[in-house]
Design a protein around this ligand. Structure first.
Ligand code: MF3
Ligand code: CO
Length: 278
């Protein structure tokens, strides 16, 4: 097919406000799910909580029915990197679960993911999750007017590689972040690593989902027979963190963070509209 590459969707400030409403549904739901995670809980129960939350907040799911996807969350446990389907799997002490969730309000999408320890996990796993989350925030911090897309992947990768065990971590290549707005997945791809060559300039009104997936061992992965669940080939554990960020003239605004990123950006001295919006 000869089709010109889709251009990157630019949102008006009013459209970004609607994306903020969707992002807050995502952020609040993930907070409720984080608190619900415990040994003995099933991944299907977490999906049910998220479904209820959507229904009572006038939102619909970005995931349900997406290429036939059967749930509103992705629930990826231990060696599952991404796209785990929730069901009757019971969480055990020492597991970790990555929960990915997207919501739509008035046609506008928000998308975020968190990794949550179940009971008590190993210090190595805590560190892997900490580094993965920190790399996401480094990427969000590079969502600046006048920067380029590669600044984001470079910041994510550098943060992972500079961690104490960072040289041995695997950064997933096949699944990347993405533009987001009137659809969940839009141009551009947002890799979690630096790329060669020219990448798009970041301008006001873009919105991106930044979502590093980092493995304790090799990032080599395969998809299970359910055609969704992506697991590490070596069985090592993986963490996944994601936020949706709007690029604004006043700085990055993390639409799926409850405080919009205000606390983090203040701590690193980056101006953000979240400072005055929340
Ligand atoms: N939220 C995932 C992402 O971050 C995509 C989920 S795929 C779906 O890009 F099928 F579950 F929707
Ligand atoms: Co995403």
């Amino acid at each position: 097919m000869f089709r010109r590459k889709d251009r990157i969707e630019i949102k008006t400030p009013a459209q970004i406000e609607v994306m903020r409403a969707a992002g807050l549904v995502v952020g609040r739901t993930l907070e409720a799910l984080r608190q619900a995670v415990a040994p003995g809980v099933t991944t299907g129960h977490l999906d049910a909580i998220a479904r209820d939350y959507l229904a009572t907040h006038g939102a619909t799911s970005s995931f349900l029915g997406y290429y036939g996807y059967p749930a509103v969350i992705c629930a990826s446990v231990n060696d599952e990197i991404v796209h785990g389907i929730p069901g009757n799997r019971v969480l055990n002490d020492g597991d970790q679960i990555s929960i990915d969730f997207g919501a739509i309000i008035d046609g506008w999408n928000g998308d975020a993911a968190i990794t949550v320890p179940v009971g008590s996990v190993s210090p190595e796993l805590e560190e892997l999750s900490r580094v993965t989350e920190a790399s996401m925030w480094a990427g969000l911090s590079a969502a600046l007017v006048g920067g380029v897309l590669n600044d984001i992947g470079s910041a994510v990768e550098a943060t992972i590689r500079s961690a104490p065990a960072g040289q041995s971590y695997g950064i997933v290549q096949e699944y990347v972040g993405h533009g987001i707005g009137s659809k969940m997945h839009m141009e551009p791809n947002v890799p979690n690593y630096a790329v060669k060559g020219k990448t798009p300039t970041l301008v006001e009104g873009m919105a991106l989902a930044i979502e590093p997936m980092v493995c304790a061992g090799s990032a080599a992965n395969r998809t299970l027979d359910d055609e969704w669940t992506v697991v590490t080939v070596d069985g090592s554990r993986a963490c996944h963190w994601e936020h949706t960020v709007a690029i604004t003239a006043a700085g990055p605004w993390v639409l799926t963070a409850l405080d919009g990123g205000a606390e983090y950006f203040a701590s690193v001295g980056i101006p953000s509209p979240a400072a005055s919006k929340n």
